[in-house]
Design a protein around this ligand. Structure first.
Ligand code: SDX
Length: 431
């Protein structure tokens, strides 16, 4: 960032303060308030961080008004159509697209880290079979801290890199085994002769009783879904990973914290909630009833998969996902999918409704993804684990960037205190 000559003038309690303004390579200027409290004795107030930049970063840029999403400068629609997930992982981690030999070396490294320590199977067996796979992922990923001690020293760049590779490589195995445990079927080990997405599909859907051939249509669609969810600036789960990491906690514990945050229905849990909403609506003639409920201030119901803190025009990932939904269902010969029909009609009616237009509410990444995932054979409970699997590269890339930043310090926000001022203890006889 460059400090430009402009500054912000703040008048508070009769004093005037000049606050530096920094200009980014893209997006809004920022006002540097780091010395505000020490100089002026006041805090800023921004619950939900709607106007706060928590860090500087070079990984992902979002322009919410233009519906633009760039990873290291490359537009998401180009990466989704021309690249593939492990190449996007390399780009996120190292900042540039790899040449052929670097890509081959990276893919070989990731492939060779896909197996889990055999003892980790015992964690799964402690869960009930009907445990939500996200509960299992939080537990198993956190437990990686107990197995991979040789990649927990965050001050050693080589250990940071190994931890990043292990997390990206093992997440599909962890998620697939959570699904297998839920079904009562045996765990399927990864295979080094399969690409990342094909390996995941085979670990989820193959059984020892017969050969399993990965459908290239599904593998390509799966890989694209991974890419569309890879990173998204300082969203809630990434901010959770950064805050957890700021205390010096090991990377596995920090990523487990990110998984826990992603689970919420306002964030990564929205893909499961959206498909369940489409199932509940059931048919296009019930759409007006649900749109009315979404608009009713007294009704907590919201259109899941709609709206976004940053995007106020459209979510470019939703555009790609909608095209992919049409393509995958067509290639699979699934015609007249009722949920896709309801989704398209719901989008059309909502976008024509002034309420959604005024509040700038549009389909987000979660609106169409569940339709594809269901068509692939996944239960709704696996939708958010697949989001977590995909977002792991974003979390570890942002974690690496933060840990390597010499300005890195523990995150410790303040508050607007509205509680009682000091008062003396009252003995119980006098209460
Ligand atoms: C993800 O941050 C990221 O980048 C996240 C993500 C990523 O890749 O990491 O993009 C992934 O989390 C996508 C979002 C998935 N969540 C949903 O689809 C759940 C439904 N949407 C929301 O609950 C909501 O839109 C949020 C949480 C996504 C955004 O909430 P904001 O920005 O805090 O907006 P808000 O809650 O203040 O809503 C603004 C207004 C409110 O009305 P008023 O109080 O101004 O009258 O819009 C209304 C809200 O009631 N509103 C909705 C709505 N979303 C917002 N009304 C009906 N349906 C909705 N979905």
């Amino acid at each position: 960032m460059t400090e430009n000559k402009k500054s912000a003038t703040l008048n508070v309690h009769g004093e005037t303060y000049e606050l530096p303004i920094f200009s980014p390579t893209a997006g809004p200027d920022v006002i540097d308030i780091r010395k505000l409290y020490s100089n002026a004795g006041v805090f800023t107030y921004d619950p939900g961080f709607t106007s706060t930049a928590s860090c500087d970063s070079t990984i992902t840029y979002i322009d919410g008004d233009k519906g633009e999403l760039l990873h290291r400068g490359y537009p998401i629609d180009q990466l989704a159509s021309k690249s593939h997930f492990l190449e996007v992982c390399y780009l996120m981690l190292y900042g540039e697209l790899p040449n052929a030999s670097d890509l081959e070396e990276f893919e070989t490294t990731i492939t060779r880290h896909t197996m889990l320590h055999e003892q980790m199977q015992y964690f799964y067996r402690g869960f009930r079979r009907d445990a939500h796979p996200m509960a299992i992922m939080v537990g198993v990923v956190g437990a990686m801290s107990a197995f991979y001690h040789d990649s927990t020293d965050i001050h050693d760049p080589r250990q940071r890199e190994i931890a990043s590779h292990r997390l990206i490589a093992k997440m599909p195995t962890i998620a697939a085994w959570a699904y297998k445990y839920h079904t009562g079927q045996p765990f399927v080990y990864p295979r080094n002769d399969l690409d990342y997405a094909s390996n995941f599909l085979r670990m989820c859907f193959s059984v020892p009783a017969e050969e399993y051939e990965v459908n290239p249509i599904l593998s390509r669609a799966m890989d694209r879904i991974f890419t569309l969810h890879a990173d998204h600036e300082q969203n809630a789960s990434t901010s959770t990973v950064r805050l957890a990491s700021s205390s010096g906690a090991n990377p596995f514990a920090c990523i487990a914290a990110g998984i826990a945050c992603l689970w919420g229905p306002a964030h990564g849990g929205a893909n499961q909630a959206c498909l369940e909403m489409l199932e509940e609506i059931g048919s296009v003639d019930r759409i007006p009833e649900y749109i009315a409920r979404a608009k009713d201030k007294d009704d907590p119901f919201r259109l899941m998969g709609f709206g976004h803190r940053v995007y106020k025009n459209f979510d470019p990932r939703a555009t790609v996902m909608k095209q992919s939904a049409d393509e995958v269902l067509d290639l699979l010969g699934i015609e007249n999918n009722p949920k896709l029909q309801v989704a398209k009609e719901l989008e059309r009616e909502a976008l024509e409704d002034p309420y959604f237009a005024e509040k700038k509410l549009f389909p987000n990444v979660d609106f169409y993804s569940g339709i594809i995932l269901e068509a692939m054979g996944f239960p709704t409970s696996m939708f958010t684990p697949i989001f977590a699997l995909s977002r792991t590269v974003g979390w570890v890339s942002q974690w690496k960037e933060m840990i390597a930043d010499p300005q890195n310090k523990i995150g410790r926000p303040r508050q607007l205190y509205l509680g009682e001022t000091e008062r003396d203890y009252v003995d119980i006889e006098k209460r």
